[in-house]
Design a protein around this ligand. Structure first.
Ligand code: GAP
Length: 438
């Protein structure tokens, strides 16, 4: 069984800063707690995480369609969903130092984790995590709007729109990727828990009698997705929630958990939401959000199975699962062994020297590859250091254009993981890479 590696956390935070993966937000103004900016390399990686999810959940299926709903929404949505009443965490204050904590996350229920004082924590108050704002220039009760705390409600309130326009019938799903916002009491652990984050959610609508079977199906599918994208099975587990952990809408939830440096923690929740959401929106909106099964001549409210993942949190798990250090020629080589679909750049083109006779054809080669893949072109520093840099950002293949290339019209391709090198005629490079980057 794999063990958590507490040192990995700092290594990932440092690598992220050093290589343009993730920066603390508003750093030149002293930073803005719990917000992060994705740098040139991280932007590519985050996009790849989302693309890989979309490919599996939408592109490769005939029973799922996409949606891109608005982030701002009126209170009615959150009244119906139960979030205004229930989307709360228990907040306690320390009378001694003033720090605030989530009561359910305290290791010792009477001790302040900030100053260590015992017996000075207040009674818990329920703190609503939704960000409230106003829509329009007049600040009155009618202008209240909320930043969505989950993308899910967009799928429920558009259920009838999607059914009527897509010709889908249960079992079918609506998928969405987008930002969500929660005023977390204790954000932390880098991008694991932030106040602004990205979710990848599927609401899968099924006939009520089939809900249990689809719940099992999605638990297995989602677990397997992480394995297929390179997370070792011994760092992943599927954990069913106990009855006291269930959200207000759920009749059954399992978390896909990853072995983070601080131990097992949630990557994704797969929930059986029953007919809770559609029934609530039927009641609050007065609209018919049922499905009419013409063949059986019956009307029913579908049940919903929801696999809900965090894109930013998943990216962090990929970074941690892929991070490796090995000794090569008495030096430490750091390498991100990312699945090629997740890797920010698929290939780097590196002219052996800065001589113009090498730079020009190397740039031409990069231009030939760019329509197919994200290509990093780098002519700075010694070749060994450039390999190390590409290893650190997980680039699967490096192509070196050297002086022999001028004569034999061939290049050397180096594999990130094995460091094996092959010499290949330039006209064969696209096919060779296509075979390996499928
Ligand atoms: N619609 C159901 C829902 O939102 P959730 O378990 O609260 O369920 C789903 O959130 C996923 O979103 C989590 O498993 C996690 O990956 C991600 N997530 C939730 N809160 C987050 C936060 N504050 N920061 C980063 N990711 C978060």
């Amino acid at each position: 069984m794999a063990e958590p590696d507490p040192q990995l956390f700092d290594k990932i935070v440092n690598l992220s800063k050093r290589r343009g993966i993730v920066f603390p937000s508003a750093e030149i103004y002293g930073g803005f707690r719990s917000a992060y900016d994705y740098g040139p390399v991280g932007t590519l990686m985050l996009r790849n995480v989302k693309d890989a999810w979309w490919r599996s959940m939408v592109q490769l299926r005939s029973d799922v369609v996409g949606l891109d709903a608005s982030i701002l929404s009126p209170p009615a949505v959150w009244e119906a969903s139960g979030h205004l009443a229930n989307f709360t965490d228990p907040l306690v204050d320390c009378r001694h130092c003033g720090a605030r904590h989530r009561q359910d996350k305290l290791e010792d229920p009477v001790q302040c984790p900030t100053c260590g004082t015992r017996g000075e924590l207040t009674e818990p108050r329920q703190f609503n995590l939704m960000f409230e704002t106003q829509a329009g220039p007049v600040k009155d009760a009618g202008a209240v709007a909320y930043l969505r705390p989950e993308t899910a409600q967009g799928m429920f309130i558009n259920f009838a729109n999607v059914v009527n326009t897509s010709r889908k019938k249960p079992p079918f799903g609506i998928a969405q990727i987008g930002k969500s916002f929660r005023n977390e009491i204790t954000p932390g652990n880098f991008v694991f828990r932030t106040r602004e984050f990205e979710q990848m959610e599927l609401e899968f609508f099924v006939p009520p009698g089939d809900a249990e079977q689809w719940y099992e199906y999605w638990c297995q599918e989602r677990y397997q997705w992480y394995v297929d994208h390179g997370i070792p099975a011994d760092k992943l587990r599927l954990r069913p929630h106990g009855p006291d952990e269930l959200s207000h809408y759920s009749s059954g939830t399992s978390d896909v958990e990853f072995l983070f440096p601080w131990g097992w923690d949630e990557l994704e929740g797969v929930a059986n939401r029953g007919d809770y959401d559609l029934t609530q929106h039927i009641e609050y909106s007065g609209q018919r959000l049922e499905y009419f099964d013409q063949a059986a001549n019956e009307r029913y409210v579908p049940h919903v199975i929801e696999p809900a993942a965090g894109a930013t949190r998943t990216m962090m798990a990929f970074l941690m699962a892929g991070y490796d250090e090995e000794t090569v020629n008495d030096e430490t080589r750091t390498v991100l062994r990312l699945h090629h679909r997740i890797a920010p750049y698929k290939v780097a083109v590196l002219p052996l020297s800065k001589k113009p006779e090498l730079i020009e054809p190397a740039k031409d080669l990069a231009a030939t590859l760019q329509p197919h893949w994200m290509v990093d072109y780098d002519e700075t520093q010694a070749i060994g250091r450039r390999y190390r840099r590409q290893d650190e950002i997980g680039t699967p293949f490096c192509i070196t254009y050297d002086f022999d290339s001028l004569e034999d019209k061939a290049v050397t391709i180096r594999d990130r993981d094995s460091m094996d090198q092959v010499r290949l005629p330039i006209p064969d490079v696209v096919d060779w890479l296509s075979e390996r980057l499928k």
